[in-house]
Design a protein around this ligand. Structure first.
Ligand SMILES: [Zn+2]
Length: 182
């Protein structure tokens, strides 16, 4: 997913890559500690399609891009994998790196190019985790769980839901009500 700077012009150009399953697999593992729960939650289900539109304005390269495909997520309720459709949209600018610094630029959607090459791995890496669910569950794409939901987890989450859904004003009223009964 790299482009040579000197092959880019003011006029918009379109590029397309097939992103390999292996690359996606590495990406999904790159941000998590080995053996952690997160490392087990996501898996690459196949290659993905990357489309890029770029145009260059002197030293700056403006881009928009889409990454589409599917990522396997492990359902937190039944622990089965299901395919989660991904349609990641990206845009930004590649700029020349500052001479004495190789850190990432402060501006959002801004990336440095390196050695006369722009590399779309960085924007993909930074944004893919915003696209996939943090607590994946089959119900996000299917009517119900693929497997048997685990009872313990189910009860835990429904309890947690109840706690958070009680309006504080109602809670106060409920307290008042129970104090009147005494
Ligand atoms: Zn499930």
């Amino acid at each position: 997913m790299k482009l040579k700077l000197n092959a880019l012009y003011a006029e918009e150009q379109h590029f397309q890559w097939e992103v390999s399953q292996e690359w996606i697999k590495e990406l999904l593992q790159s941000d998590v500690d080995e053996g952690s729960v997160e490392a087990e939650l996501y898996a690459a289900s196949g290659p993905m399609d990357m489309q890029v539109w770029v145009h260059r304005n002197d030293e700056d390269v403006f881009f928009r891009a889409t990454l589409t495909g599917e990522i396997k997520c492990m359902c937190v309720r039944c622990l089965e994998f299901f395919g989660f459709p991904v349609s990641l949209e990206l845009q930004g600018i590649f700029i020349m790196p500052e001479h004495d610094s190789y850190e990432t630029p402060d501006e959002p959607f801004t990336y440095f190019y390196d050695g006369g090459e722009i590399d779309f791995s960085q924007p993909v890496r930074e944004n893919i985790f915003l696209e996939i669910p943090q607590n994946p569950s089959c119900e996000m794409v299917l009517d119900s769980c693929v497997g048997e939901p685990l009872k313990a987890i189910e009860e835990q989450t429904s309890e947690a839901d109840e706690e958070t859904t009680i309006d504080p004003r109602w809670a106060a009223l409920q307290e008042l009500k129970s104090s009147l009964k005494k």
